[in-house]
Structure formats: structure tokens, C-alpha cells
Design a protein around this ligand. Structure first.
Ligand code: HEM
Length: 132
């Protein structure tokens, strides 16, 4: 039997990969520095032994702002070429096919959509934070 070669399609188109990667990197930096800001200035739910570093708030603001600047481009791209990876009109009904491939796709679509929504709230509430 002759095995048919399948053509290679990259998992993500190049621009999406770049925007996805940059958003992810800036966001991870924002989350880590956000925790350090909390640890330095607040700590009401407990602390881990990080050095107290007052400048961390400004560093967090910088990473937060970078994320905010890249995010709109990523969102436009996600809503256009990445549309199939977001929630579809039949996604909820497909959640009944537990364990089948479409179930995993649906979970992935819901996760992607919630991540975009969550980050939108985090960025806009962050933008409203005052230094003081
Ligand atoms: C996913 C998590 C977070 C994201 C994406 C995020 C994003 C942002 C953004 C976009 C800004 C505005 C930066 C600017 O306009 O210059 C900001 C500022 C700020 N954020 Fe966050 N933030 C997050 C979590 C947190 C947490 C958990 C804290 C709690 C300590 C926090 C504390 C602050 C403070 C105090 C500022 C004001 C910084 C300044 O103006 O110097 N953030 N954040």
C-alpha cells in the first residue's frame, strides 16, 4: 500500500504565532510582576519570601501597558483568521459528546474565548489603577 504524504500545514499562521507569543510573554511578565507588587505592597492573603522591591509596581505597569498595546492586534486577528478557534454557535451543544474529539475542540474554544474575555477585564481594570 502506498502511503499518501500529507502536506505540512503550520498549526498557527505566522502573524498569529507572533502576536500570540508576544501577548503571552508580556502577559506572563505582567502576572509575575503583579504578584510581586501584591507581595510588596499588600500581602493580605499571605506572602512568600520575595524581597521587598518598591519599583516593581512601575515595572508591572510597563509590562501591563505592553500587553495592552499588543492585545488589540491579537484580538482582531483572533476574531478573523482565528475565528474557528473561538466559541461557535453550536459549541455548547457539542459539549454533550464527552471524550470525543469535538468535545476537546469545544473545550479549547471555550478556554480561548474566556482567556480573551478575562484578559480584556484585567487590562482595562489595570488601566484604571492609580500608582498611589
Ligand atoms: C493578569 C493580570 C494583570 C494585568 C494584565 C494587569 C495589567 C495592568 C495594566 C495594563 C496597567 C496599566 C499600566 C499603565 O497604564 O501604565 C496596570 C497597572 C497596575 N496594576 Fe495591574 N494587571 C494585572 C494584575 C495586577 C494585580 C494582581 C495587581 C495587584 C497588586 C496589580 C496592580 C497594579 C497597579 C498598582 C498598577 C498601577 C501601576 C502604575 O501606575 O505605576 N495588577 N496593570
Amino acid at each position: 500500500m502506498i502511503k499518501k504524504r500529507t502536506p505540512f500545514y503550520p498549526y498557527q499562521p505566522f502573524l498569529l504565532r507572533i502576536l500570540h507569543g508576544l501577548t503571552g510573554l508580556c502577559l506572563i511578565a505582567a502576572i509575575l510582576t503583579a504578584y510581586w507588587t501584591y507581595d510588596t505592597y499588600d500581602g493580605r492573603w499571605g506572602r512568600i519570601p520575595l524581597p521587598s522591591y518598591p519599583d516593581i509596581e512601575g515595572i508591572h505597569g510597563t509590562f501591563g501597558l505592553w500587553t495592552l498595546l499588543i492585545f488589540p492586534a491579537f484580538v482582531i486577528y483572533a476574531f478573523q483568521r482565528g475565528q474557528r478557534r473561538l466559541v461557535q454557535s453550536d459549541t455548547l451543544s457539542q459539549l454533550t459528546s464527552v471524550g470525543k474529539p469535538i468535545w476537546w475542540y469545544s473545550l479549547n474554544r471555550i478556554t480561548n474565548t474566556l482567556a480573551l474575555l478575562g484578559l480584556t477585564f484585567a487590562l482595562f481594570s489595570g488601566k484604571m489603577m492609580g500608582e498611589t
